[in-house]
Design a protein around this ligand. Structure first.
Ligand SMILES: [Zn+2]
Length: 130
């Protein structure tokens, strides 16, 4: 009796455990390569030369804020910049690097000294001639 027939039970590939269109967090290897080439092997935030294995993929628009994991929304970052970015957007990271990023403090609002210029409603009823 041929054994092969016993083994073939017609098992269907399981689809269980495959969540419907779950957002992915990182790029595929091919996309990472493209990203690395696009960035010319440099961190797009600080300009440091990095090797492909050092590259960290950052989100321009933070993943936590709905940013998609696509090439268009990705930036090539070094380890340090990726850490610095955290869950912020790429724009915020650049501000952090430039040293202009500050969490809004009360001091940033300059007091506006408003001088009330009296509005002149110079209507003199007494002068109206009837
Ligand atoms: Zn960097």
């Amino acid at each position: 009796m041929p054994r092969k027939e016993l083994i073939n039970w017609g098992i269907k590939p399981l689809n269980i455990g495959k969540p419907a269109r779950k957002r992915r967090r990182s790029l595929g290897i091919r996309e990472r390569q493209i990203l690395y080439e696009r960035a010319k092997g440099r961190c797009e935030a600080c300009g440091k030369k990095i090797s492909f294995s050092e590259m960290q993929v950052g989100h321009k628009r933070a993943y936590s804020k709905g940013g998609a994991t696509t090439l268009a929304n990705s930036v090539c970052l070094c380890y340090k910049c990726n850490k610095l970015q955290g869950t912020d957007s790429f724009e915020t990271l650049k501000k952090k690097l430039a040293g202009t990023y500050r969490k809004r403090s009360k001091k940033s609002k300059s007091r506006k000294t408003r001088k009330k210029t009296p509005k002149l409603f110079d209507i003199r009823l007494s002068k109206i001639k009837i």
